[in-house]
Design a protein around this ligand. Structure first.
Ligand SMILES: Nc1ncnc2c1ncn2[C@@H]1O[C@H](COP(=O)(O)OP(=O)(O)OP(=O)(O)O)[C@@H](O)[C@H]1O
Ligand SMILES: [Mg+2]
Length: 246
């Protein structure tokens, strides 16, 4: 069984199927890119995997266990961490402290703000700071960071929670071309030791990653395979041309 296995997943809101009988799976250690026009259901799918949105029908299996309908906290503890489109961090705390808090499984910030960091934790925090290339910003408050730096810090915080599966929803949005390339590089580094599901609109980034892609459209799986094949698919072309994006 794949690390993430989704079967017949359906989410209906007021008679409208946002996700429609979807079968989808991601293998352990894979980096999969999820594509699809605006409103295709990508963010909704991620919210269903993390338990923030309950499916109407179907099943989600993770690491061999049925996690359908489980609470978000439980799914996070089972090893799935999500990055939102907008960075989610403690604004007034330093970059170092944000990574420190991410190592604590319950993320109860006040409990850890004045805590003594063990040598092993300190080592792990610096390892993550080096990994995301923000070691020189360690003592700066998170709210003094640029848009790109905040995204990288949040990816470091995701790694801190030691997940088996990382879900990244459009992490390059609003970045400069240089920032996007740095993000792509960081994702490649993360993917060496993690399973990643990435929603990404930027085709330069998707091409650079060169991984298997899945295209969603109207909550259904439209195409799947190597990018070069998928972009030649007539249905995929029609969907993208029709929407006027890319
Ligand atoms: N809570 C909700 N209630 C009703 N409709 C919703 C809800 N959440 C999302 N939708 C609708 O579901 C569809 C899928 O939205 P979703 O945000 O998952 O798309 P997406 O693929 O992430 O798009 P984008 O590329 O713009 O981020 C859209 O038509 C959206 O309007
Ligand atoms: Mg979205």
């Amino acid at each position: 069984m794949a690390l993430l296995e989704i079967k017949g997943l359906t989410t209906e809101v007021s008679g409208y199927k946002i996700i429609d009988n979807l079968d989808f799976s991601v293998e352990a250690n894979e980096l999969r890119v999820l594509l699809g026009p605006n409103g295709a259901g990508k963010t909704t799918l991620i919210a269903m995997i993390t338990g923030q949105f309950k499916p109407t029908a179907g099943k989600i299996f993770f690491d061999g266990k049925d996690i359908t309908g489980r609470a978000p906290d439980e799914i996070f503890l089972a090893g799935i961490s999500r990055k939102f489109q907008v960075p989610n961090m403690y604004e007034t705390l330093s970059v170092y402290d944000n990574v420190m808090i991410s190592l604590q499984t319950d993320r109860k910030v006040f409990k850890y703000m004045f805590k003594r960091v063990s040598p092993a934790e300190n080592e792990r925090i610096w390892e993550i700071l080096e990994f995301i290339e923000l070691a020189d910003r360690a003592n700066d408050p998170a709210d003094t960071m640029s848009h790109g730096e905040r995204q990288w810090l949040e990816m470091g915080m995701l790694i801190g929670s030691n997940p088996k599966l990382l879900l990244l929803d459009e992490p390059t949005t609003g970045m400069t071309e240089q920032g996007k390339q740095r993000t792509a590089q960081l994702i490649e580094k993360i993917a060496k030791s993690h399973t990643v599901l990435l929603v990404e609109h930027d085709m330069h980034v998707v091409r650079r990653l060169g991984k298997k892609v899945t295209v969603l459209h109207q909550g259904k799986l439209l195409a799947e395979g190597p990018l070069a094949e998928v972009v030649e698919n007539e249905m995929v072309k029609a969907v993208y041309l029709g929407k006027g994006r890319h």
